[in-house]
Write a protein that binds this ligand. Structure first.
Ligand code: SF4
Length: 369
């Protein structure tokens, strides 16, 4: 039976340790997560087992990348006093539930996941004909369902991931309807009410038995805003394009990178008018600049009143101002690696305790002792 220690709804999300995080990771996910902490019971993790699904042949970077992502989580404002922050492989129940899910999941479900073929195409240099890579949606489902969250915060383009998880939960609940017996007469009215609210079905005519309606509740998507955030080459900011601005990037490097950012291609000469609506720098102004600066840009660009170098220096000011508190927090944690280790150890304890509650039910439902 799921125990709730808080009346707040639970939320869970994670990130693969791909190295230091960039502005796209921050604006697309991390900043939203920071905002969720006061409203929900939050679990955030670094998905190092997922890194192995594609980097199994050379895992040398995973440890450092995991540390870097942890530092960026904390720097961005994830607060260990409010959220459970942990590393996926530190909680062995993830691997256990992944193994159990693999017993009843039809192969066709996994082969049909669109990202399976896409990623194999994109990562041609790696041999991804492995069971681990095919099964990564099951690992992701285990990551989520272990904690029985009400919501998984994702952007619009990731809702399919949560749908796979919901399908796995439905299949599990369809096959394994775990029956539990308790002495109904020994429960207080408050306990009976709480069981009814959880949707537990009371067996008719029995004075002392009930069974849970389902072992693994299906999570819902919590759609989070993710503004358009181009990288320095105008394409979506992504590590694989090499067009990122890191959260930990120095002020000088941020200015240098933005100075060479692509602009409205129609604005060839300084005397040509441009259009910030089609310029990637304009997209950054929409996210990082004040109303006053945006007004100057839109007026100056469309009348050739300002130059692109000037315009880019203003957007750099906005980016640097956004990153300043993040970088200050990062320095604090970098200077105190013992504190980071303690935070992850405490996160592991809390996450493992919650995960074990689910596994106790799952093992029983699947006939394991
Ligand atoms: S002035 Fe700014 S918005 Fe206009 S084209 Fe140049 S960089 Fe883009």
């Amino acid at each position: 039976m799921a125990e709730t220690t808080t009346t707040r709804k639970r939320v869970l999300s994670g990130m693969r340790p791909t190295g230091k995080l960039h502005l796209g990771n921050y604006m697309g996910a991390l900043k939203n997560w920071v905002g969720l902490q006061d409203k929900y019971e939050c679990y955030f993790f670094i998905a190092d087992l997922h890194a192995l699904t594609t980097d199994y042949a050379d895992p040398s970077g995973i440890k450092q990348n995991t540390l870097d992502v942890t530092l960026d989580f904390l720097a961005a404002g994830l607060d260990p006093e409010k959220s459970v922050i942990f590393v996926q492989s530190h909680v062995p129940q993830h691997a256990e539930l992944f193994a159990l899910f693999s017993m009843f999941t039809p192969l066709g479900w996994l082969e049909r996941v669109p990202t399976y073929k896409d990623q194999q195409e994109q990562l041609k240099e790696k041999d991804l004909n492995t069971y681990g890579f095919l099964g990564y949606p099951l690992l992701m489902s285990a990551d989520i369902l272990l904690y029985q969250p009400k919501f998984v915060p994702v952007g619009l383009d990731q809702t399919a991931h949560v749908e796979v998880t919901r399908e796995i939960a439905r299949r599990f609940n369809g096959i394994y309807r775990h029956v539990q017996q308790v002495d109904w007469r020994s429960l207080t009215d408050a306990q009976k009410e709480s069981l009814r609210k959880e949707g537990r079905e009371i067996v008719p005519n029995a004075t002392y038995a009930f069974y849970p309606a389902e072992v693994l509740p299906e999570p819902d998507v919590l759609l989070t805003p993710s503004p358009k955030l181009p990288g320095t080459d105008g394409r979506k900011m992504s590590k694989s394009y090499g067009n990122t601005i890191l959260l930990s990037e120095s002020e000088a490097d941020i200015r240098a990178k933005l100075k060479t950012m692509v602009t409205d291609p129609a604005r060839v000469r300084r005397t040509d008018a441009g259009n910030p609506e089609v310029c990637p720098v304009g997209d950054l102004h929409k996210v990082f600049s004040s109303d006053e600066t945006r007004l100057k840009v839109w007026e100056g660009c469309t009348t050739a009143g300002i130059g692109c170098i000037e315009c880019k220096s203003w957007v750099a000011d906005g980016v640097i101002a956004e990153l300043r508190p993040i970088q200050e927090r990062r320095k604090k944690y970098e200077a105190n690696p013992g504190l980071v280790t303690e935070i992850l150890a405490a996160g592991k304890e809390k996450a493992a305790a919650r995960a074990e509650q689910t596994m106790t039910e799952v093992r029983a439902a699947m006939g394991l002792s």
